[in-house]
Design a protein around this ligand. Structure first.
Ligand code: ATP
Ligand code: MG
Length: 585
């Protein structure tokens, strides 16, 4: 076959064309310009950053800082490609601490906009640099204070294809607000003000903690309801704030993650954090998690993504386990118990947290021997991942308790009236005990004097057959007895009121049908189902020793404040809230 087309000639692109193409990687939309400029300001040591945006950033983005500024020579060099003051050679890339290091951002932005940099290294004499469409237009002296202001006007004016892809001003503005929110969460030591179309949108004073910054961004109510995470596993430290299980799903989900102070996206880590919520929320629900991971610089590579939004870990598995454990521990603390109103006031300083509350106070004050009804005979071991769980055998101090409505057990603490839901609480106790039994621990089983014959429906018989091994670990010893009947020789004996036959029947009925609901492991689902059926019910009148025993058993669980279906076991009603409702303040 002959062809008439001549072989195409290869030509090196004019550098301004190449720059415009490359710019696409760094500058996708106005929000990416904001991110780059604010990161530059932070790298320059700014303590105050003002952002002024017009028309969603399409007309103007201006970032002013009080950082170290640039002298005349540096200011002109800053807009050249691969011009950076932050690294000198490839080795510096390992464990790089500044946000920037590529020397790409300013030239990329300058190639697709009208860029003006005003900068000064000390109050008084400064310099103005103007770039339009990648060409240096002017360098002239200006008077200004120490610091730098970078204005980006008419973004993408010379790249119509890109401009066409911009969304409406409101949507670009939202993306900018998200970008600045991320940076403001990372750098609480910097004061930010943000203006859009002449209206002030954010004013964020320096914040002493992540929680205080969250309060400034999203309100006290949001900040108050989050649970503190702080855990160290080997060289990995995980801290931050996560949503209370009982709040999950009530508001828009927020995620925020930093690795060594750099905001990143990482679905693996977010999933690990979510995994920590298992058995406290309905599978598939998405909690808000704001987490900061710190690890030695050599363990993480930040230079794998053009916008540095992703990182690579040398040992991802350990990082994810550390995150999961840290969040799990946070959910085991008193802070994670449901509240009505503000139980604590933490602003403006965080350390007022940690007053004896909920779970911790569950574990204090008059000594009582656990009564047999809830005595956790099979649980000599402290739950494995319980950080502050009391040692078994250690006596737990129980405050005066009262039962109300045959459903709730109440007691008081210095800062709150506390209510325990007797069924949910007992369910949590039994769930953890059953899980230990299923994972190889001892179960308490009682041999029946007269074996019991149970007639099951075909579906129930099938459910029993499928989970037979688990049932036997829970203490049900049974065998087929022709057709769909089974002969039960031994049953679990978790407490004297336990109705073994009814529990087995109800559990099998609940287990039929949703066999493949996936997500939670089968034995977790089985333990949850049987715990629910085996637990005391609302409406059961409890004797004082029974209440105390339940209290003690609950205090010994890993996640005392949460039942296994995403509901609360403990509700704290703050005195502050009561006072407010009675008009006392
Ligand atoms: N606000 C600022 N204050 C002081 N110096 C600045 C400021 N912005 C930029 N610079 C200087 O200009 C240089 C180039 O900035 P640019 O953002 O293009 O590259 P970078 O920050 O080094 O790397 P990256 O492309 O990864 O952001 C910086 O290395 C810094 O020296
Ligand atoms: Mg930069």
């Amino acid at each position: 076959m002959t062809t008439t087309t001549t072989s195409p000639t290869i030509a090196v692109l004019a550098s301004d064309v190449a720059d415009r193409i490359a710019a696409g990687e760094v500058v996708e939309r106005p929000a990416s310009v904001v991110k780059e400029l604010v990161e530059n300001a932070l790298d320059a040591g700014a303590t105050v950053i003002d952002l002024d945006v017009r028309e969603g950033g399409r007309a103007l983005i201006r970032v002013s800082d009080d950082g170290h500024g640039m002298d005349r020579a540096n200011a002109a060099r800053a807009v050249e490609r691969h011009a950076t003051s932050k690294i000198r050679d490839a080795e510096d890339l390992v464990g790089v601490l500044s946000f920037g290091f590529r020397g790409e951002a300013l030239p990329a932005i300058g190639s697709v906009s009208q860029l003006t940099i005003e900068t000064s290294t000390e109050d008084g004499a400064g310099v103005t640099v103007e770039v339009a469409g990648g060409t240096l237009r002017d360098v002239r002296g200006t008077a200004r204070q120490r610091g730098t202001s970078v204005s980006v006007a008419s973004l993408f004016y010379n790249t119509p294809a890109r401009q066409k892809f911009l969304r409406g001003a409101r949507s670009e503005w939202r993306a900018i607000a998200d970008a600045i929110t991320m940076l403001a969460l990372v750098r609480r030591d910097v004061r930010f003000t943000v203006t859009h179309d002449g209206k002030e949108q954010m004013r964020l004073p320096v914040a002493a903690s992540l929680r205080v910054r969250v309060a400034a961004l999203w309100g006290n109510d949001v900040a108050e309801r989050l649970v503190s995470v702080d855990d160290v596993a080997g060289p990995i430290r995980v801290s931050g704030l996560v949503e209370r299980p009982t709040d999950v799903g009530t508001a828009a989900r927020r995620t925020f993650l930093t690795v060594n102070g750099r905001a990143v996206r990482d679905t693996g880590i977010v999933r690990a954090a979510e995994a920590a919520y298992r058995s406290t929320i309905t599978a598939g629900m998405r909690p808000s998690v704001l987490l900061e991971v710190e690890l030695p610089g050599g363990e993480v590579d930040v230079n794998v993504h053009p916008a540095k939004a992703e990182v690579r870990f040398r040992d991802r598995w350990h990082v994810e386990r550390a995150v999961e454990r840290a969040v799990r521990r946070a959910l085991g603390t008193e802070d994670s118990a449901a509240t009505v109103g503000y139980v604590r006031t933490f602003l403006p300083t965080e350390p007022s947290f940690g007053s004896p509350l909920g779970v911790e106070s569950l574990r204090q004050a008059p000594l009582v021997e656990p009564a047999p009804l809830f005595d956790d005979a099979s649980s000599d071991a402290t739950p494995r991942d319980a950080p502050r769980a009391t040692e078994a055998g250690e006596q737990i101090l129980v405050p005066p308790l009262a039962q109300f409505h045959r459903t709730y057990i109440t007691f008081e603490r210095p800062d709150a009236l506390v209510l325990i839901d007797q069924h949910s609480a007992h369910e949590r106790v039994l769930y953890e005990r059953f899980m230990r039994a299923l994972e190889g621990g001892e179960s308490s089983s009682q041999r029946l004097l007269f074996p019991l014959t149970m007639h099951l429906t075909p579906a129930e018989a099938e459910a029993f057959e499928a989970d037979r091994e688990f049932f036997s670990k829970l203490g049900y010893e049974a065998e087929g007895f022709g057709g769909t009947s089974i002969l039960v020789r031994a049953v679990p004996a978790p407490h004297p009121r336990f109705d073994a036959e009814r529990c087995l029947r109800d559990s099998l009925a609940a287990l039929t049908g949703d066999r493949e609901s996936g997500v939670i492991a089968r034995h977790e689902r089985l333990a949850a189902t049987v715990a629910c059926k085996a637990a005391i019910k609302s409406g059961d009148l409890l004797a004082p020793e029974e209440m105390r025993a339940l209290y003690v058993a609950l205090a010994r669980t890993t996640l005392p404040a949460h039942d296994v279906h995403g509901r609360a076991t403990i509700l704290q009603l703050g005195w502050d809230e009561l006072d407010r409702r009675f008009g006392r303040r």
